[in-house]
Design a protein around this ligand. Structure first.
Ligand code: BG6
Length: 514
C-alpha cells in the first residue's frame, strides 16, 4: 500500500485559497533512468528527483527504475541514490521523505542491446503500474552517450515499452550531446522520431531550466524599459560568456573529441542567443516560443574569415587562485596529441532588421579566471558628449548585463557625475540581485526540467529543428578548425588565448572582465 506524499505536504495556512498559482504537481507516473552510474546522474539527476519529492511535487507512488550494466539489487541502487542525495541534494534531508522516495526505487541490470533485460524492464514497469499506481505513464531518460540512443530506442520499441495504452503516455528525455554536427544530429533525430513522435521527445538543455535564463523573457517582455533600446539602433554588440574555473576533472573521456564549441556553444550559448535576440512570441506556449527561436536561429550565421573571427585554445599549467593546476595535456585520460579545444570563441551575426550590423561575440572555456555566465548588451556611445575635456575619457559604453550565474541578477552600467565641483563623469553599476530581492531559493535547473517533462510542458526543451539549426551555425567553424592545426595555448586562470582578445580588438572592442 502506498502512503500518500500529499497527506504530509506542508500547506501554508496563510495561503489564499483563490490563489491560482497552485504548485504544479506531476500526475501518476514513473521514470526509467539509463546511465544511472554516470557523472550527471550522480551529481544532478538523482539529487533533483529527491528534491522534487521533498518539495511534494512528485506524485504518490512515483517510481524510478535505474537501468545499467551493474549487477545491482534494488537495495544496492537505493544505497547509491542515498549517497548521491546526501552529497548533492539542494533541500534538507528528511528521513520520512527519503523513506517514501526509496520505496519507489528499483534497478534492472542489463546492456543497452539486451532483449532479455528489456523484457525484464517491461515486466517491472507493468508491476509498478499494478502495485504503485504509475498508471502506464512512463518517461525514459537517456543520460547515455549518443552512440547508444539507437539501441535503446530500438529496444524500447521492441519490448513494447515505447507504446502507451489509450489514456496513458510514454515520453523520452534525451541528454546532450545531440550529435556532433548537423548531419549526425539529423540522423539521431530520425532514429528517435521513428520510435517516439516529436511531441513525446524532450531534449535537455539544462540552461533553459535556470531561473535567470527564463528571466531574459521577463526582463524583455514584461517591461517597457528595455525593449525600445534592444536593437541595432542603440546596441553596439552583444557578448555572451560562459566561463568555468574547473578543468576536465574526471571527464576527459567524454570531452576529448568533443571540445568547448560542441559541448556548450552549440546548445547553451546558442539558446541564450536565441532568447536574447528573438522577437516577442505571441504567447509562451511551446509552439509560439519555439517558432520565434527557430526564426532567429535560422537568421544567424558565423562571420568569416574564421581566422580572424574565431579563437580556440587549450589550457596549460597555471594558477587558479592560490592553487597550482596542471595543463590539459597532463590531465588523466586526455590524449596529449589531441586538438580538442577547451576554449572557444566566435563571432555571429543575425540577418534581421533588429540586429543588422551587431556582432554577437560568444566565448566559453574551462580553467578561466572564474566561474561566470553572463550576457552583456553593450550600447553605442552617446552621439554627443557635452562635457568638453572634463574627465569623460575613461567612460565605457553603457551596458545591460544579465548575470546567469553565480550572483544571479541584472546589472546596468552607465556614467554618473562624480561628487565635487568639476563635471567629472565615471562609470557606475546599478545592480539587481536575485538573492537580495527574493527570499525564495531558485530550484536547480534539473528539478524544473524533470517536472516539466512529467507535466508535458515542453516550452523549455529545444526541438529537433532548433538542434539542427544550431549545428548548421557551428558546422562551418568546426570544419575550418578541423583543418587548421593545433589550438592556441592559454595559461589556466587567465581569460583565454590572446587570439580571443584580437578577435574583438579588430573592431576596437574589448571583452568585459566579469
Ligand atoms: C554541461 C557541460 O552541459 O554544462 C559541462 O557538458 C559544463 O562541460 C556544464 O561544465 C556547466 O553547467 P553549469 O550549470 O555548471 O554552468
Amino acid at each position: 500500500m502506498i502512503d500518500s506524499a500529499a497527506e504530509e505536504r506542508w500547506v501554508n495556512p496563510l495561503r489564499d485559497p483563490q490563489d491560482k498559482r497552485l504548485p504544479r504537481i506531476a500526475g501518476p507516473s514513473g521514470m526509467v533512468l539509463f546511465g544511472v552510474t554516470g557523472d550527471l546522474a550522480r551529481k544532478k539527476l538523482l539529487p533533483a528527483f529527491y528534491d522534487l519529492a521533498n518539495r511534494g511535487l512528485l506524485p504518490p507512488g512515483f517510481s524510478l527504475i535505474g537501468y545499467g550494466r551493474r549487477d545491482w539489487s534494488a537495495e544496492d541502487f537505493r544505497d547509491y541514490v542515498l549517497s548521491a542525495v546526501k552529497e548533492r541534494a539542494r533541500t534538507t534531508f528528511r528521513e520520512s521523505v527519503w523513506k517514501r522516495f526509496a520505496d519507489g526505487l528499483f534497478f534492472v541490470s542489463g546492456n543497452f542491446d539486451d532483449d532479455e533485460a528489456f523484457d525484464r524492464l517491461a515486466e517491472t514497469v507493468s508491476q509498478m503500474d499494478a502495485t504503485r499506481g504509475t498508471a502506464g505513464n512512463w518517461a525514459f531518460y537517456l543520460s547515455i552517450p549518443p552512440g547508444f540512443f539507437a539501441d535503446v530506442c530500438h529496444q524500447l520499441e521492441r519490448s513494447g515499452l515505447a507504446h502507451a495504452e489509450a489514456g496513458s503516455w510514454r515520453r523520452v528525455i534525451i541528454e546532450k550531446p545531440f550529435g556532433s554536427d548537423q548531419k549526425s544530429a539529423r540522423k539521431l533525430n530520425r532514429v528517435v522520431n521513428s520510435v517516439f513522435p516529436e511531441e513525446s521527445v524532450y531534449r535537455i538543455d539544462h540552461y533553459l531550466g535556470k531561473e535567470t535564463v527564463q528571466n531574459i523573457l521577463a526582463l524583455r517582455f514584461a517591461n517597457q524599459l528595455f525593449e525600445p533600446l534592444w536593437n541595432a539602433n542603440y546596441i553596439d554588440h552583444v557578448q555572451i560568456t560562459m566561463a568555468e574555473d574547473i578543468g576536465l576533472g574526471g571527464r576527459a573521456g567524454y570531452y576529448d573529441g568533443i571540445g568547448a564549441a560542441r559541448d556548450v556553444i552549440q546548445n547553451h550559448l546558442l539558446q541564450l542567443l536565441a532568447l536574447v535576440a528573438m522577437e516577442e512570441p505571441i504567447s509562451f506556449s511551446p509552439a509560439e516560443l519555439q517558432a520565434e527561436k527557430i526564426k532567429v536561429l535560422r537568421a544567424t550565421r558565423a562571420v568569416e574569415p574564421f581566422e580572424l573571427t574565431t579563437a580556440r585554445g587549450q589550457y596549460t599549467e597555471g594558477w587558479q587562485g592560490s592553487q597550482k593546476v596542471c595543463g590539459l595535456r597532463d590531465e588523466e585520460g586526455f590524449d596529449p596529441e589531441s586538438t580538442t579545444e577547451t576554449f572557444a570563441a566566435c563571432t555571429l551575426e543575425i540577418a534581421s532588421r533588429r540586429w543588422a550590423g551587431v556582432p554577437f561575440y560568444l566565448r566559453t572555456g574551462k580553467r578561466l579566471g572564474r566561474r561566470v555566465t553572463e550576457i552583456a548588451l553593450v550600447f553605442k556611445e552617446a552621439p554627443h558628449q557635452p562635457f568638453g575635456n572634463t574627465g569623460t575619457a575613461a567612460l565605457g559604453n553603457n551596458a545591460v548585463v544579465i548575470r546567469v550565474q553565480p550572483d544571479e541578477g541584472v546589472l546596468m552600467r552607465f556614467g554618473s557625475k562624480v561628487p565635487g565641483s568639476a563635471m567629472e563623469v565615471r562609470d557606475v553599476n546599478m545592480d539587481f540581485s536575485y538573492a537580495e530581492a527574493f527570499t525564495e531559493q531558485s530550484p536547480e535547473a534539473y528539478e524544473r526540467l524533470i517536472l516539466d517533462a512529467l507535466l508535458d510542458e515542453s516550452s523549455l526543451f529545444p526541438t529537433n529543428e532548433e538542434v539542427e539549426l544550431s549545428w548548421a551555425i557551428l558546422d562551418p567553424i568546426l570544419r575550418y578548425w578541423a583543418e587548421s592545426g593545433r589550438p592556441d595555448d592559454y595559461a589556466a586562470g587567465t581569460w583565454g588565448p590572446e587570439s580571443a582578445d584580437r578577435m574583438v580588438a579588430r573592431h576596437g572592442r574589448t571583452w568585459r572582465r566579469p
